[in-house]
Design a protein around this ligand. Structure first.
Ligand SMILES: [Zn+2]
Length: 378
């Protein structure tokens, strides 16, 4: 009896794991290739064999992609993706769970692979209050400190290969933790904080595991010398998404602390992402970074007001559009934003040209002049 209960519990856990890993859209489209998407829903003719629909009537099957649920209005039958699989394949619950799990590479025996247990929660519980800034900062700082004690070589050579020098890495407080330190780092975080706080910060998931498992190169956001937030990227190929972060929005421009010691009137570059920010820092320029081209916020204008700001966003459509929009935002406050038009992204530009720094300065002068004397524009 006890064994049977254990098996059942195991099966239920496995089915939860399947549901947390399954891409609902492609799963349902496999069985309903003609389904029409309507927001987060699919509508289609119901393919469930036991329903024996004529195939000509109205579209009776509705699928909720957010929750992975289906409902056939014609037979008033519905359920989750596992129930759907049972009906489509004519198999039992247990067989459905095991087949889906094996398809997803989740092992049915023993414990789930660490990568699954460490996966960030897909949905944040509504009852979970966000952590206040003070506690978030405390967690970020301890996490960085604990990780910094581990072997850093792997992460630092990854950055060096991208043209970011050791001095910049040190000043930016970049930290790496090797996968073999995962459990040790996790334990030390649990020693310092209540699990509930770690979960609310996004550092831990509902399964009480550290979520930064695939993403171990850490980029802290320092504001007045304190790490208030962090994002991490994977250094391995083929991992999507590339980035993982603490819960909540990005609180500031990246590298904003670099401005505190800078004289008024100096040039500050507004760029996209950590790599571009640090590439410019490596070459002796001052840059602050946006997370994504569209991420600039009105309240970040004030700290930039005393500098000459030059946008050097990505050389793509999104970058150009954002640049034009920010230029208007600056103008509305009586500020100028010069726009640098590079043939490539900042990091590429610097990594492919020996004379990049000099060229970059010349392009900057041109951009600032063009801004100040728009009548000379071609
Ligand atoms: Zn049906």
């Amino acid at each position: 009896m006890e064994q049977k209960e254990r098996n059942l519990k195991r099966l239920r856990e496995l089915s939860e794991e399947v549901k947390s890993r399954l891409d609902y859209r492609s799963f349902y489209l496999r069985y309903c290739p003609d389904a029409r998407a309507n927001g987060a829903r699919l509508h289609t003719l119901c393919p469930i064999p036991a329903h024996s629909h004529s195939g000509k009537g109205h579209k009776s099957l509705s699928i909720d992609l957010q929750r992975g649920l289906f409902h056939c209005f014609s037979r008033d039958e519905g359920g989750d993706c596992i129930r759907f699989y049972e009906l489509m394949r004519g198999v039992t619950f247990s067989k459905a769970v095991r087949e889906l799990a094996s398809e997803l590479g989740i092992s049915a025996g023993g414990q789930l692979p660490l990568a699954f247990r460490a996966a960030p929660d897909r949905e944040v519980g509504e009852q979970q209050e966000p952590l206040n800034a003070e506690r978030m900062t405390a967690i970020c700082e301890r996490f960085l400190k604990v990780c910094r004690r581990e072997e850093q070589t792997e992460g630092m050579s990854y950055l060096a290969r991208r043209g970011i020098d050791a001095k910049t890495i040190r000043r930016a407080g970049l930290v790496y933790f090797p996968r073999r330190a995962y459990r040790r780092v996790m334990r030390q975080m649990l020693d310092g904080f209540a699990l509930d706080e770690l979960q609310r910060s996004g550092l831990f998931n509902a399964q009480a595991h550290l979520t930064f498992y695939r993403h171990r190169l850490l980029f802290p956001f320092y504001v007045e010398g304190r790490a208030v937030y962090l994002q991490a990227r994977t250094t391995a190929a083929g991992i999507e998404p590339r980035w993982h972060n603490m819960r909540g929005g990005v609180p500031s421009l990246y590298n904003i602390d670099a401005l505190s010691s800078l004289q008024s009137g100096e040039i500050v570059y507004l760029v996209e992402g950590f790599t571009d920010t640090l590439t410019l820092t490596t070459h002796g320029f001052t840059a602050v970074g946006l997370v994504g081209a569209g991420g600039f916020r009105e309240e970040w204008l004030a700290p930039l007001a005393r500098f000459r700001v030059v946008a050097a966003l990505d050389a793509d459509e999104a970058g150009r559009r954002a640049s034009a929009r920010y230029s208007e935002m600056f103008a509305a406050r009586g500020l100028q934003l010069a726009e640098l038009k590079l043939p490539a992204d900042v990091n590429d530009f610097f990594n492919h040209k020996a004379s990049a720094a000099l060229e970059f300065e010349l392009l900057t002068e041109g951009a600032i002049e063009e801004k100040q004397n728009p009548e000379f524009r071609e």
